[in-house]
Ligand binder design. Structure first.
Ligand SMILES: [Fe+2]
Length: 129
């Protein structure tokens, strides 16, 4: 985190983000199947949030109306997920993904799951090609 302190400070200043954390998914994590299931569940956050990928890759899906936008994220990519945006994440069966997440409130990371099924016509991300 220290290596990204300047980047974090800049994002906090520009976006008003008050909290941040580090999320890391590793291919040898014994709980990766359970984590994948959780991240593959559609949810929202009450805060605007930023994810800054610093290691690996993965794919975010954002649903807007009848459309699902699939965004592959790799090292150096930064995405903003607006408050209330329906979304989910897939790092593949053997995920390798590390990101700094920033939120506008200390509890912004908390997710509210919609319980909606995922569209069956969208291919799942299988990780690094
Ligand atoms: Fe999320």
């Amino acid at each position: 985190m220290a290596a990204y302190a300047d980047d974090i400070r800049l994002l906090q200043t520009r976006g008003g983000y008050q909290s941040f954390d580090l999320i890391r998914l590793k291919p040898d994590d014994p709980e990766r199947a359970e984590s994948r299931k959780k991240f593959l569940s559609e949810h929202i956050h009450s805060d605007d949030g930023v994810r800054y990928c610093i290691e690996g890759q993965g794919q975010f899906y954002i649903r807007t109306g009848d459309y699902v936008h699939a965004l592959e994220v790799t090292v150096g990519d930064l995405i903003s997920v607006p408050a209330g945006a329906l979304h989910w994440f897939n790092g593949g069966e053997k995920p390798s993904f590390t990101a700094i997440r920033l939120f506008t409130t200390p509890d912004g990371w908390a997710a509210t799951f919609t319980g909606a099924g995922l569209p069956g016509n969208i291919p799942l991300y299988e990780g690094e090609r």
